[in-house]
Write a protein that binds this ligand. Sequence first.
Ligand code: GAR
Length: 192
Amino acid sequence: MLASGSGTNLQTLIDDPDVKGHIACVVSDKPSALALERARQGGIPAEVVSWGKHGSRELFSIALADVVEKHGGKGVILAGFMRILSKPFVDRFPGRVINIHPSLLPSFPGRRAVEDALSHGVKVSGVTVHFVDEQVDHGPIIAQRAVPVRSDDTVETLHARVQEEEYQLYPEVVRAFVDGRLGLVDGKVVWD
Ligand code: GAR
């Protein structure tokens, strides 16, 4: 698992008995990420691969992939990981990198998804889980849930309702992935 921030999605995965045993490690680009503490509390190895110590996105991505493999990780779940992974990383885990994003992709990729959705005045936003390629918040879509936008929503209130959906959807998808019921075949998402 890769995480950069508070790790509330990570926590729902740690709390899922069908998922927890499959988590080889949690790796963050940020030493201060609360996600690392959540991993340690759950008895899961936690490591930092700091962005600043690597001279380029490629070298950072390779160092990350090395740490994941060192812990025996066969697939990678991004849970609020805020760095772009380059091709050398994605190629090491073909069809085995999954991300969650707080908008209905392909609308509003990037770090400010909820803010961008609100400022465009969309009436429905939501959450997307997708296989990852080397573009930002991009790749074959696995599942989506819609969240209606209210006229008085702020970034905080809308994100909170989107996250409620995230906490339902991500464990469902990750359970299917670790069970081998979900995969990517010839660029297409396949569920058993
Ligand atoms: C989540 O809302 C997730 O969808 C988003 O970061 C948040 C992390 O929260 N991810 C992205 O924006 C990816 N582009 P968390 O650390 O509390 O799970």
